[in-house]
Ligand binder design. Structure first.
Ligand code: SAM
Length: 213
């Protein structure tokens, strides 16, 4: 899969690319390309934003700047899905993640300031996604959230079996995973459920199914 991210801060993604599971699939199952709107802006001095029509605080990411960035990267509109990260988008859920992980390529558009000129979302994007009902300062963290969630669904990203049985998975009927414990078996009087120490896999499995949340 190839994921292209358009941003004003490509270097912000450096940390993410060093983290597992992304680091493990980069260069293999995942190709990540980072584009800076300023590198292809048709405006002078690297300008990418402008004052909102109608007045008001803040600056708005310009439609001609985003169109130029897509033109420079793809020679026109890309065939793959182009996703604007915006609080007005449809909520990112595990179901959406699974759907996106099936794609061969994705384009993610990050904004900042007051957000996108609405024509970017209406005419240059196929999707708009929100990572939650709150406002962040820019779309880079949302793009990284989406990237991480999609990358861990790619073949080879996770140890065998660990991606199938987890919160929101079909295996758990979309529920939240059961609690986990590790050594020590007792700490400050806080004990681990006896069944998990029993070695009886049928009982452990039954206990886990009962404790899905
Ligand atoms: C400060 S926000 C703009 C908020 C916008 N003025 C509003 O009131 O909805 C700047 C950018 O951060 C990104 N962003 C902020 N919160 C987000 C969220 N919950 N999901 C996805 N992207 C978000 C978007 O790219 C957005 O255009």
């Amino acid at each position: 899969m190839r994921i292209d991210v358009f941003t004003l801060v490509p270097h912000a993604f450096a940390w993410l690319t060093e983290q597992q599971p992304i680091a493990g699939v980069l260069g293999g199952e995942l190709e990540l390309r980072l584009f800076n709107y300023r590198d292809s802006t048709p405006l002078r001095a690297g300008q990418v934003d402008d004052e909102p029509y109608g007045g008001g605080a803040g600056m708005v990411l310009r439609v001609d700047v985003v169109a130029a960035a897509l033109d420079a990267a793809y020679g026109g509109m890309p065939e793959q899905r182009v996703i604007a990260l915006t609080p007005q988008g449809r909520p990112l859920t595990q179901q959406v993640v699974e759907e996106l992980a099936e794609e061969e390529a994705l384009t993610l558009l990050s904004s900042r300031f007051e957000g996108f000129d609405e024509r970017i979302v209406a005419h240059l994007c196929s999707d708009a996604i929100s990572i939650g009902p709150y406002v962040l300062s820019n779309g880079d963290l949302p793009a990284m959230v989406l990237l991480d969630a999609v990358a861990r669904r790619l073949p080879g990203a996770l140890a065998e079996g660990s991606g199938e049985l987890e919160s929101f998975s079909a295996e758990l009927d979309g529920a939240l995973e059961y609690p986990h414990y590790t050594r020590p078996a007792e700490f400050r009087g806080w004990t681990v459920p006896e069944v998990l120490l029993s070695g009886d896999h049928a009982r452990i499995d039954a206990w886990r199914r009962e404790h899905v949340r």
